[in-house]
Design a protein around this ligand. Structure first.
Ligand SMILES: *[C@@H]1O[C@H](CO)[C@@H](O)[C@H](O)[C@H]1NC(C)=O
Ligand SMILES: *[C@@H]1O[C@H](CO)[C@@H](O)[C@H](O)[C@H]1NC(C)=O
Ligand SMILES: *[C@@H]1O[C@H](CO)[C@@H](O)[C@H](O)[C@H]1NC(C)=O
Ligand SMILES: *[C@@H]1O[C@H](CO)[C@@H](O)[C@H](O)[C@H]1NC(C)=O
Length: 440
């Protein structure tokens, strides 16, 4: 029994001794080093918290270059943008001001124990996108059908993505190996437009983005040159004497053309009490030209010419103004209606569209073949003649489908401005005559 007591006492003494010779605790990091994503030019710092440092020292290193930046509070690196601080307790900080791209990488907080203890923090330096100056940004010009190359070189870190789109929201047209692609946006530094058509004229935007704000964009203007084209929707206009009438021409030209009105005698029309001219832009390359002829008298009837000239050429459009004789409303009325009419390749074939014609309420007169639609697929309003009999609704007039070739094809009534006539229902003598011909 005594032996066991002795042994226990010995153990207790041994434990006490062991306790006393246990070495002091080693330095330890309280938290990992942070990682930083910093925009170039900003300031940043790493914080290293070490407990039980005793007489050991904290050093900062750039891990990739193994360069010692600082030991304790002494700066080693010759870099005025670096500094170190110590809070007098357990916290050491490495400050980097005006961060540069080459500051990116791993930073190490190290304690010179044996073996040494260390931890890493990472810095990523990002740079918002910028677009380098390029002469193509000043504006590119080509003749229609030509090619244009727009370059948008963007810098930044990470490397920005360059996206193109049109300012007006229309699609970008790419033509390659006879293939046509129509895209809302195109990604790439170089936008190559080939076989450029007038519809592709306008402002193109290059947008550079790398998720580092701000995103930047640059405007490129694309100018497509072509000679003027004139479209006359209503080639024949009838109006009563004493009324005012508006004659209209649609001009497409680039660069902008000089537009003039003439009588067919060659007389250039100038603004006066008789004539008023106006034009307004429909888009970058289309204009509506109006000529108002006031208080029509006999000598005002005849041909009018709208003329458009630019550096690439010239175009004319002819409008015939004729007198409208007003007749009392006893015969079937003829209504004029503006409708979008697509250019049609062929006249209405016999037998087809029968419903349209045979009920006598709708009759297309003439086709769009008479007009020049070169290089353009727009629709133009024209005047559709609706022949009806208001008094006998449901009455079907069996008009044979053979339409005579009328030249000019459209007649527009222009009595809106009539000052001296009250015209409840207007009609065109020409069509009365025609209708009569058909019926007979
Ligand atoms: C910092 O990034 C490294 C690797 O990218 C990762 O292992 C580490 O956990 C990150 N540190 C912190 C504090 O998020
Ligand atoms: C880092 O870049 C800055 C400016 O961009 C330069 O002054 C400095 O010498 C570079 N440092 C190193 C280590 O390359
Ligand atoms: C041209 O004439 C049309 C029809 O009369 C009119 O609606 C338009 O406002 C005119 N445009 C100008 C610029 O006078
Ligand atoms: C056609 O006329 C309609 C209404 O009459 C108008 O809204 C449309 O803009 C016109 N289209 C053209 C191409 O002039």
């Amino acid at each position: 029994m005594a032996g066991r007591k002795l042994a226990a006492l010995f153990m207790a003494v041994l434990q006490l001794c062991l306790c006393q010779i246990t070495p002091e605790p080693m330095p330890e990091f309280l938290a990992p080093l942070e990682n930083h994503t910093v925009v170039q030019g900003r300031d940043v710092f790493f914080t290293c918290v070490v407990n039980n440092l005793h007489s050991y020292k904290v050093a900062w290193m750039k891990s990739d270059s193994r360069a010692i930046l600082a030991i304790h509070t002494h700066l080693i690196a010759h870099n005025p943008r670096l500094s170190v601080t110590h809070n007098g307790h357990n916290t050491w900080m490495l400050h980097v001001s005006n961060v540069q791209k080459n500051d990116s990488g791993a930073y190490m907080c190290q304690v010179n124990t044996e073996p040494m203890r260390s931890q890493n923090g990472y810095m990523e330096v990002v740079i918002p996108p910028d677009i380098m100056d390029d002469e193509s940004a000043e504006g590119m010009v080509t003749n229609e059908g030509g090619n244009i190359k727009l370059k948008c070189v963007a810098t930044g870190s990470p490397k920005p993505t360059v996206t193109w789109k049109r300012e007006d929201g229309r699609n970008i047209i790419l033509r390659e190996d006879g293939q046509k692609q129509s895209l809302k946006t195109y990604v790439g530094e170089t936008l190559e437009l080939t076989g450029v058509l007038r519809q592709e004229m306008g402002t193109y935007l290059c947008i550079a983005s790398n998720n580092v704000p701000p995103t930047v964009s640059k405007r490129y203007s694309v100018d497509v040159h072509f000679q003027p084209v004139i479209k006359v929707t209503n080639q024949l206009v009838a109006a009563p004497i004493d009324s005012d009438v508006v004659l209209q021409c649609h001009v497409e030209a680039s660069p902008q053309a000089l537009n003039t009105w003439y009588r067919n005698t060659g007389e250039k029309l100038l603004p006066s009490d008789k004539y008023a001219m106006s034009e307004y832009a429909l888009n970058e390359y289309s204009w509506q030209m109006n000529l108002t002829v006031n208080s029509l008298d006999k000598k005002d009837f005849g041909e009018y010419v709208c003329s458009s000239v630019n550096a690439l050429g010239k175009a004319d459009g002819v409008i015939r103004l004729q007198e409208l004789h007003l007749v009392a409303k006893t015969t079937p009325s003829i209504f004029m209606k503006n409708t979008d009419l697509k250019p049609r390749k062929k006249p209405i074939p016999k037998g087809k569209k029968k419903n349209n014609i045979n009920n006598g309420r709708r009759m297309h007169v003439g086709t769009f073949d008479d007009f020049d639609f070169s290089g353009n697929d727009d629709n133009f309003n024209t005047t559709q003649v609706v022949v009806g009999n208001t008094a006998q609704e449901g009455h079907r007039t069996e008009i044979p489908l053979t339409l005579p070739s009328l030249s000019p094809p459209w007649v527009i009534l222009n009595t809106a401005n009539s000052r001296h006539h009250s015209v409840p229902i207007t009609l065109i003598f020409l069509f009365i005559a025609l209708t009569m011909t058909f019926v007979l």
